[in-house]
Design a protein around this ligand. Structure first.
Ligand SMILES: [Zn+2]
Length: 347
C-alpha cells in the first residue's frame, strides 16, 4: 500500500513537471506588425521611411526559429479616448485637422519636425493600437512578451507636441492604459534609442508610478536627458538618465544597465517592462554614433529579461522607435526575439 502511494506520488510529480513544461511552451512571443505602417509617407530621402521596416519583416518571416515560436496577432487603431490617456484633447484634434487638410500633399506637423501625409493619422493611431493589443494579450496570459514593429516612432512626442518624427507617444499611452485597465502601480519604461525620449520623460516627470530610464548619446538631438533631470515633486527619483559620449560601444551601455538600472529596479520592482527600442545607436547608423552591435542589444535584452522575470512575471513589450539602417535593425530585432523566445523554452 505504502509502495503504491509513493509510486503514485512520484508519478504525479513527473506528470506535473511535464504539464508545467508544456504550459510554459504554450505561451508564445507576439510580433505586432501591419502592412499599413508602410503608408505613412515622409517624402523622398527622409530617414524615417517605409523601407526601414520591409527588410526587417522579410528576414523575420524567413527565420524558422522565429516563425515557429511567435504569433502575429491583428489589432485595431487606438481610439481618441485611448490617445487622451497621454495626450491633450487639443493636440489629438490638431493632428486630426492638420492631416485631414492635406489631400495628397505632405507637410510638417505644426508642432515640430514630424512629416505627415494623408494616411499618417491612421498609421499613428495604428502604432498605438499595436501596443494596446499587445499588452492586452500579455495581461491575459496569451503571450509571454511581444515586439511591436511600428511606425512612426513615439518617444519625442509629449502630451501636446509632436516632434522628432513622432506623432503619438506609443509607449506612454500604453503605460497609462496598463494603469487604467489593469490597475498596475509600477511600470518601467526603458529607452535605449540613441536619442533621449524627451516626450516620455516630460509626460511622466512628476509621476512615481512610471519609472523612465534612458541611455542616450550626448551631445545629440533633442538636447535633454541630462543626469540632473531626475523628476520633480512626487516623481523625483523616478527619472534616470545616462549620457554616453559617441563611440561608447557595447561595454558602456551594458555597464549602464547593470550598474544603474538593476539597483534602481531592485527598489522599484516594476510590474511591467515597456521598452522604447530604437536601433539608431547601432554601429553604422546614419543618425547616431554610439556603435553598439547586435550582440550588445542581445546582452541588454538578457538583462531586461532578468529584471522582468524577477518582478513582472516576464511581462515585457518592446516598441520600435528609431533605427535607420534596416539591416542593423533586422539583425538586432532577431537577437532580441531570440532572447524572448529562449526565456520561454528555458522555463
Ligand atoms: Zn532616435
Amino acid at each position: 500500500m505504502k509502495k503504491i502511494t509513493i509510486f503514485t506520488f512520484c508519478l504525479l510529480i513527473i506528470i506535473g513537471a511535464f504539464s508545467n513544461i508544456s504550459s510554459a511552451n504554450d505561451k508564445k512571443v507576439g510580433i505586432f506588425y501591419d502592412e499599413r505602417f508602410l503608408l505613412h509617407d515622409t517624402g523622398p530621402n527622409h530617414p524615417e521611411n517605409p523601407e526601414r521596416l520591409i527588410p526587417v519583416i522579410r528576414d523575420l518571416k524567413n527565420n524558422d526559429q522565429i516563425t515557429s515560436n511567435t504569433v502575429w496577432p491583428n489589432f485595431e487603431v487606438a481610439t481618441a479616448e485611448e490617445l487622451s490617456l497621454a495626450h491633450s484633447k487639443e493636440y489629438i484634434e490638431l493632428v486630426d485637422r492638420q492631416v485631414s487638410q492635406l489631400n495628397n500633399n505632405r507637410a510638417l506637423l505644426s508642432t515640430g519636425d514630424t512629416p505627415i501625409s494623408k494616411d499618417s493619422n491612421l498609421v499613428a493611431k495604428l502604432a498605438v493600437g499595436a501596443g494596446l493589443e499587445a499588452v492586452d494579450q500579455i495581461m491575459a496570459g496569451n503571450l509571454s512578451s511581444a515586439f511591436a514593429l511600428v511606425r512612426p516612432p513615439g518617444h519625442h512626442a509629449s502630451s501636446s507636441i509632436g516632434m522628432g518624427f513622432c506623432v503619438y507617444n506609443n509607449v506612454a499611452v500604453v503605460a497609462r492604459y496598463l494603469q487604467k485597465e489593469y490597475g498596475l502601480e509600477r511600470i518601467l519604461i526603458v529607452d535605449f534609442d540613441v536619442h533621449h525620449g524627451n516626450g516620455t520623460q516630460d509626460i511622466f516627470y512628476e509621476d512615481n508610478s512610471v519609472f523612465y530610464f534612458s541611455v542616450h548619446q550626448h551631445p545629440l538631438f533633442p538636447g535633454t536627458g541630462r543626469p540632473n533631470e531626475i523628476g520633480k515633486g512626487l516623481g523625483k527619483g523616478y527619472t534616470l538618465n545616462v549620457e554616453l559620449p559617441k563611440e561608447s560601444g557595447n561595454n558602456e551601455v551594458v555597464k549602464a544597465f547593470n550598474l544603474k538600472l538593476r539597483p534602481a529596479m531592485n527598489k522599484f520592482r516594476p510590474e511591467f517592462v515597456l521598452v522604447s527600442a530604437g536601433f539608431d545607436a547601432h554601429l553604422g547608423d546614419p543618425l547616431g554614433q554610439l556603435n553598439y552591435t547586435d550582440e550588445g542589444y542581445g546582452v541588454v535584452a538578457e538583462i531586461l529579461q532578468d529584471i522582468s522575470q524577477k518582478y513582472a512575471d516576464g511581462r515585457t513589450l518592446y516598441m520600435l522607435e528609431g533605427g535607420y539602417n534596416a539591416d542593423n535593425v533586422s539583425q538586432s530585432v532577431q537577437k532580441i526575439l531570440n532572447v524572448l523566445i529562449s526565456t520561454n523554452i528555458d522555463n
